[in-house]
Design a protein around this ligand. Structure first.
Ligand code: GLU
Length: 594
């Protein structure tokens, strides 16, 4: 059943009149920079295709591709490449991600697993020294945390499979932004500021991102000619240039011998990556996860992401429950999240290494067993224990102990749709904000620290599915999601935010489908996240009192997630939505405004 149609505001995409923003302080240039953030609008309604990202330049470049006749896949790659320029601390060719695609011609949903992969030399104790786990911050800023980047191969795979333009054409807009520059906004400054200490440790990173040791000024123009040249290289030679060419050698050298400055006091451990790891990297197509929720078909990302299985299990638990009034709906949302997280932590890892009981985790029987643990009048004591997804679901399972995972604050999600009805939900990352902090010298991009998504030591009593391993992919929480109603697209969405990605996607769905909010309101509403921890994390605006009365306890989280989404309205119109405020606000646009 499709819930009521939004009456959401019609905010027209304003032309790039904010070009003036900051240009006055920019160094003189024959080519003016791109407009930057002043022309962002978070909601757009219309036809002919849509792009929504966290960034105005990325949305504009994606929209240009659509306007020139490109499809949703072309636009997604073009926008992602632009985010690699303008959001370099959240994504880029040094990282990985998951690409979910609805193909209108066949009605099928496909996914690409572009997750980074551990080196073959990595063993399960790679993050342990003298019997003790390495401090997390040390692991983040290291060579050890770098997995083989999956993003370039993902772009090539997506374009080969479903694109209508080649990589050279798809990279053109992003290369132009890198070369001509973009106008620095407050979010870029804040994200640079958070990284000043570690960027200062690496000449390559400070040369690119700092100006005399400090972030660039708001309104100044930021150019990345090294990245423009790297994109040109990929355009000429294809992405193999990164996996086997001189660039591969430079990546390996940077990982094995991080270019830490002599005056730095940082302990920067070298990594294990070798040329063979890069040369053998694949971004496989995987079957999506699928659950039915209130008549909607919800497609997500299968392992090694836990996004599809955890969002799917929680939705199944909610469907097996009586949600009642809005307080009960949110109570069940929190409880379903905690239960699904317990199961995620216990059972989900790289399927090449772990026998993930995916079918059972997503079964109605398992969901019913988990749902019967929820008490409408009292919150469960957290953490809850994982269930037993064994196909035998006669009664409620009992609870013991669970764990709380670590997560980063980086990542970005974009959503595109085209005039033919194809849709992309694509989440990509370099893990922490600023990845591992190390720019490959002369190449203009940061490396990922994705391998810190492994558990450093066993968290599951001898059964941890997410310990490091040779060639293994760390478990992800990325949850690019596409939802069909009666076989046609209804909603596509995703978010950054480490493991809060899962609850963010879930909460937006509950807001939209169960609480009847329109999509802009569902995205903007204050968020709370319960990932099987003692206390719920909540944004300041989240109404806690009714849930505290049921026994939930809360701690503050200033900002959770940064959603982009597209809803497919009756009559063929598209409602493209980004954040109005979080992460400085996002940028939604359609080809023809209505
Ligand atoms: N590395 C995280 C994951 O794959 C995403 C990082 C983030 O969003 O902060 O789940």
């Amino acid at each position: 059943m499709r819930s009521s149609r939004p009456t959401g505001s019609l905010v027209a995409l304003v032309a790039a009149v904010a070009l003036a923003l900051g240009v006055g302080v920019a160094p003189a240039s024959a080519h003016p920079p791109h407009p930057g953030q002043g022309d962002k609008v978070p909601v757009a309604t219309g036809t002919g295709g849509a792009v929504t990202t966290v960034d105005a330049d990325a949305t504009r470049v994606g929209l240009d591709v659509l306007r020139r006749g490109g499809n949703a896949v072309d636009a997604a790659v073009a926008a992602a490449a632009t985010l690699g320029v303008t959001e370099p601390f959240s994504s880029g060719i040094g990282g990985g991600g998951f690409f979910v695609y609805y193909e209108a011609a066949t009605g099928q949903v496909h996914t690409i697993d572009g997750r980074e992969t551990a080196p073959m030399a990595m063993q399960s104790n790679a993050f342990v020294e003298n019997g003790v786990p390495i401090p997390f911050a040390d692991a983040v800023t290291s060579g050890l945390s770098v997995g083989v980047p999956g993003t370039p191969r993902t772009w090539a795979t997506a374009l080969d499979q479903w694109g209508s333009i080649d990589l050279r054409t798809a990279l053109r807009g992003a290369t132009d932004v890198a070369r001509r520059g973009f106008v620095v906004d407050q979010t870029f400054v804040d994200q640079t500021t958070a990284n000043v200490a570690r960027f200062s440790a690496f000449r390559s990173s400070s040369d690119l991102f700092l100006r005399r040791g400090a972030p660039p000024a708001v309104g100044s123009v930021f150019r990345n000619r090294d990245l423009a040249d790297t994109y040109d290289l990929l355009a000429r030679k294809g992405v193999d240039a990164l996996y086997t060419g001189r660039l591969a050698q430079e990546i390996v050298r940077t990982v094995q011998d991080p270019p830490v400055g002599r005056r730095s006091t940082l302990v920067v451990r070298p990594g294990l990556l070798e040329l063979g790891d890069l040369a053998s990297y694949q971004s496989p197509l995987r079957a999506p996860t699928l659950v039915s929720y209130r008549g909607l078909d919800v497609y997500g990302m299968a392992p090694p992401s836990s996004g599809g299985s955890t969002v799917g299990e929680a939705l199944n638990i909610l469907e097996a429950s009586d949600l009642g009034d809005p307080t009960q709906t949110l109570h069940h949302y929190l409880e379903a999240s905690a239960l699904a997280f317990a199961d995620r932590n216990r059972y989900v890892g790289d399927p090449a290494f772990v026998d993930v009981p995916l079918e059972q985790l997503l079964s109605d029987g398992f969901a019913a067993e988990r749902a019967c643990l929820i008490n409408p009048t009292a919150a469960l004591t957290k953490p809850v224990a994982p269930g037993v997804p064994d196909g035998d679901y006669a009664s409620c399972a009992t609870a013991a102990a669970g764990t709380e995972g670590t997560d980063g604050q980086s990542t970005t999600h974009l959503t595109t749709a085209d005039r033919w009805g194809n849709v992309v939900a694509y989440t990509l990352t370099i893990e922490s904000l600023g990845g591992n902090g190390i720019v490959v010298p002369g190449r203009g991009f940061l490396l990922n620290n994705e391998l810190t998504d492994f558990n450093f030591t066993d968290t599951q009593g001898g059964n941890d599915p997410n310990l490091p391993g040779p060639g293994k992919r760390p478990r992800s929480s990325m949850s690019p999601t596409i939802i069909l109603a009666d076989g046609a697209p209804f909603l596509a969405l995703g978010s950054p935010g480490g493991s809060t990605i899962i609850t963010t996607v879930l909460q937006v769905l509950v807001n939209r489908v169960d609480l009847g909010m329109d999509l802009p309101a569902a995205v903007a509403a204050p968020r709370a996240t319960q990932r099987n921890t003692v206390a719920v994390q909540a944004e300041p605006g989240f109404d806690r009192a009714p849930l505290q009365a049921l026994g939930h306890t809360f701690v503050d989280n200033p900002e959770i997630g940064a959603v982009t989404a597209i809803e497919f309205l009756d009559g063929g119109a598209l409602l493209a939505v980004a954040e109005p405020v979080r992460r400085g606000g996002g940028s939604a646009a359609v080809v023809h405004d209505s």
